[in-house]
Write a protein that binds this ligand. Structure first.
Ligand code: SAM
Length: 272
């Protein structure tokens, strides 16, 4: 796997604790107010078909925001566990759940080797995790393993091959997309989700693509570090980088900015 060469690099999500963890927390928080991202999260929750009393696992739970929301849906008779490989994320999610008074449990662990017996959970979700891990096939197999017969598995990922950036110079936009995609272990995972769930033996597999438009504030969180790196290596010149941001800002100000990505959400049922 290519390693990030600077701290503000989202391709480092596979090893948060090796970098500036605050950047990754900031990244996840910035997503929570984007309308397209909120629609994706609603779709995931709807595909989980939650009700009171269910047990749910959130794989790669990040700051725990989604895990805490799940806890409020399944209520006191249900249970939720968030699992993350980053000790820093687990610490942050425990802190936030405590502050909210939400009874969510958070554990350290690896998606490719879940520390739970077979058939432990009624539902299992993973959002924006499979793109950043080395073995998404093992992770989906593990999610299927720990889900009870009749239970549901839902995964959701963007696909870097669907990113669209507008700008005065296509070289800058193309270089940014290439920098992101080449740093991720599985940049085109979105289109593979249906197949991964089917090959893990799940039934009723289906996938819903949604386009997410991104505001400039979030583009800066994702790409500002990457663009500075491209300037430092000489692949993009300073004027090109400045013109790129000026055009994004102008597009947002004038209301025509059209920059985003397709997010795929796939679901399947464990056979009884
Ligand atoms: C892009 S974040 C998504 C967080 C959350 N699901 C969300 O959508 O807000 C990816 C998360 O997966 C975690 N992660 C990366 N590799 C992992 C692995 N092998 N096992 C479990 N979690 C992992 C990261 O630490 C990070 O918190």
């Amino acid at each position: 796997m290519a390693r990030p060469t600077h701290d503000a690099d989202p391709t480092g999500f596979g090893a948060v604790d090796d970098h500036d963890a605050d950047y990754f927390v900031r990244f996840l928080d910035a997503r929570t107010t984007i309308p397209g991202e909120i629609r994706v999260k609603r779709l995931i929750t709807s595909e989980l078909r939650l009700r009171e009393g269910l047990s749910v696992l959130d794989v790669g739970s990040g700051t725990g925001a989604d895990t805490c929301h799940l806890a409020t849906v399944v209520g006191p008779d249900g249970s939720v566990v968030g699992l993350d490989r980053s000790a820093r994320m687990v610490e942050e999610s425990r802190r936030r759940a405590g502050a909210l008074g939400v009874p969510a449990e958070f554990v350290d662990g690896d998606a490719a080797s879940l520390p739970f017996p077979d058939a432990t959970f009624d539902r299992c979700r993973a959002e924006r995790v499979l793109a950043v891990i080395d073995d998404p096939v093992a992770a989906v197999a593990e999610m299927a393993r720990v889900t009870r017969p009749g239970g549901l598995v839902v995964v959701s990922e963007i696909d870097s091959g669907t990113i669209f950036l507008d700008g005065p110079d296509s070289h800058v936009a193309d270089s940014l997309v290439h920098a992101l995609a080449s740093g991720l272990p599985n940049p085109r995972i979105g289109r593979r989700l249906n197949r991964l769930l089917a090959e893990a033996g799940l039934a009723d597999v289906h996938c819903v693509p949604q386009v997410v438009l991104n505001p400039v504030a979030f583009l800066r969180v994702v790409f500002a570090g990457q663009l500075e790196e491209l300037v430092a290596t000489g692949e993009v010149n300073r004027a090109g980088a400045d013109a790129f941001w000026a055009e994004q800002e102008r597009g947002e100000h004038e209301g025509w900015l059209c920059t985003g990505v397709t997010c795929f959400t796939a679901a399947g049922r464990k056979l009884a």
